[in-house]
Structures are given as C-alpha cells and as structure tokens.
Write a protein that binds this ligand. Structure first.
Ligand code: GUE
Ligand code: MG
Length: 291
C-alpha cells in the first residue's frame, strides 16, 4: 500500500506560516476573485477560498457575474481591479463562458497582480527560470514533492495534460528540479506505457479515473490534480474523483495524493502564498517610488 499524502494538513501548515507573516505587515493584502457564470469546479474552489483568505488575515473581494456578461464589462472589471490599490491579487476563474475571449481577459490582468501566473509575462518568466508568479496548483505539487522526495535529480517525471494552468507550468518546475520530463496528453500514443516509465506521475487531464493501477511503475510517486465531479453510488448524489483510479493505484504506487484532500487544498494555500508575494512586491515598489 502506498503512503497517502495528506494535502489538507500540509496546506494547513502553509496557511499558518502565511497568516503569521501577514500579521507582521503594515498593510493588508487583498485578493480579488472573479467568477463568471457557474462552472461547478469553479464553485467548489470559490467557496473554500473566500473563507481561507479571511482566515489568514487578507481581504477577499468576490465578483460573481452572470454567464451572459460581455467582454467589455469583464475587461472593465479587470482594469478597475488593476487600478485598485486595495487589491494585490486578481484571479479570473476559468473556464470562462464560450462567448468570452479568455486570452484577451488574461492579457488585461496586470502581471504584478496575476496570482494564477497565467499572463504571458509570468509564463515567460517561469520558462526562463526567473522570479515571477507561479501557477498555484503546480506550485502546490512541487511543494508536496519536495517535502516527500527531496532531491529529484534524474528522476523520470511524466505529466499527463498540457494546459497553460497546470500541465505546462508543472513541467517547467519539474525541469528546474532536474527531472527528465515527458509531457503527455489526450492525443499521446501508448499513454499507459509512457506512464509506466514515470518515477513521478502527474495526472492533470481532467478525465475521471483515466489512469489505471497497471499504468503505474511500482513504488512511483503519483500526484493527482484531477477534480472531477461524478455520480455517486447513492442516486442523485455526486462525489469528487481524480484523474487516477485511486483504489487500484494505491496498491502499486509508493506515494500518492487522494482526491479530495490532496492537491486541491494545496492549490488554495499556494494562491494565498502568491497573493502575499504579489502584495509584498507591489507595496515595496510603491515605497521606493515614494521615497
Ligand atoms: N483561474 C483559475 N485558477 C484555478 O486554479 C482554478 C480555476 N481557474 N477554475 C477552477 C479550478 C478548480 N480549482 C480547485 C482548487 C481547489 C479545490 C479544492 O480545494 N478541493 C478540495 C475540496 C473539495 C471539496 O470541497 O470536496 C479538495 O480537493 O480536497 C477545488 C478546485 C482551481 N481552479
Ligand atoms: Mg489535454
């Protein structure tokens, strides 16, 4: 049986550290979240996040807009948040409704406030190994891996998924850890065989229980990023499952994250960490400009 990582406990200790640092600041970091429409995965995220933002001593600004919001209205909100001195971090929940141009919205976010690390500026900084804001879920995964594995030099890491929010940035961070990185995705041939080469397997495809126990190298570390809501055994009820068939995988892997209670809580803790990082950088820059 694999060692099961408790992401909730790890995230709690991260948040305790963040709260302690926020308490020493001469200002209050503010985090704005924009939710357009009602994507179910996004709603889980918003609910957990708002409470934890306040718990660590930050201000939480929530903007819930109707699904029919126009591009111009959403752009205007992002610009207002860019200009708002009380807001240090801006997160626009994805996916946006289809009629909106996601790229243009992300491009409008000030890179200094881009706590999701999605702007071209922050993605470029990450790709070049320079300090910017790193996407929260990838950051959470790396913190878990560093805690469990320490030095990852030379390990084979397979990332299943190539999104800008998760797959690509995780691959960059694993490269920085000196892993040999393979990025696989929904069009990859012989996906099972490629997964089986992984010492570190990151599942981030958004397909419930796609990755089976016999795709996993015995003793591998498996990080399940998937948050899929599926029908539960009880009629009318739903449950969260990951991208990994957990009950099989737990028999083969050496270390594994569960869903829920694995990467999800780490994502929120890292969001708060990014908000703190952004706030400190913004306030320090302002101080310099004024002196
Ligand atoms: N721009 C943007 N950035 C995101 O990072 C982003 C997004 N959009 N859109 C939605 C997805 C989804 N997401 C979650 C993060 C944490 C939990 C989470 O805390 N899950 C807990 C609780 C689950 C539960 O409530 O049962 C867990 O896995 O244990 C869930 C979902 C971030 N996302
Ligand atoms: Mg894909």
């Amino acid at each position: 049986m694999a060692d099961i990582i408790d992401g909730k406990i790890f995230a709690e200790s991260l948040r305790a550290g963040i709260a302690a640092e926020v308490a020493t600041l001469a200002f209050t970091p503010g985090l704005a979240v924009v939710l357009v429409g009602d994507d179910p995965a996004s709603k889980v995220y918003v609910a957990n996040k708002a409470r934890q933002t306040v718990e660590v001593g930050m201000r939480s600004f929530e903007h819930r807009l109707p699904a029919e919001t126009t591009q111009a209205d959403l752009l205007a909100l992002v610009q207002a948040l860019n200009a708002d001195a009380a807001v240090h971090g801006i997160l626009v929940q994805l996916p946006l409704p289809k009629h909106l141009n996601t790229e243009a919205i992300i491009a409008a976010i000030s890179p200094a406030k881009d706590v999701d690390g999605l702007t071209v500026t922050n993605a470029g900084l990450l790709a070049n190994g320079l300090p910017g804001l790193v996407p929260c879920t990838p950051l959470g995964c790396i913190l878990l891996l560093q805690d469990r594995l320490g030095d990852m030099t030379g390990l084979n890491a397979v990332v299943v998924g190539r999104s800008n929010l998760v797959g690509k940035p995780i691959a960059q961070l694993l490269l920085q850890q000196n892993c040999t990185v393979t990025i696989a995705h929904s069009k990859t041939r012989n996906l099972d065989q490629i997964c089986k080469t992984a010492d570190i397997l990151i599942a981030a495809v958004g397909r419930s229980e796609l990755i089976k126990g016999n795709w996993i190298k015995p003793g591998a570390t498996v990080i399940d990023v998937g948050i899929n809501r599926v029908p539960a055994a009880e009629p009318g009820k739903t449950k969260l499952v990951g991208d990994v068939a957990f009950s099989e995988a737990v028999q083969v892997a050496g270390i594994i994250t569960p869903v829920p209670g694995g990467v999800g809580p780490m994502t929120i803790a890292c969001l708060l960490r990014n908000a703190l990082t952004a706030a400190k950088r913004i306030e320090t820059t302002l101080e310099k400009e004024l002196s």
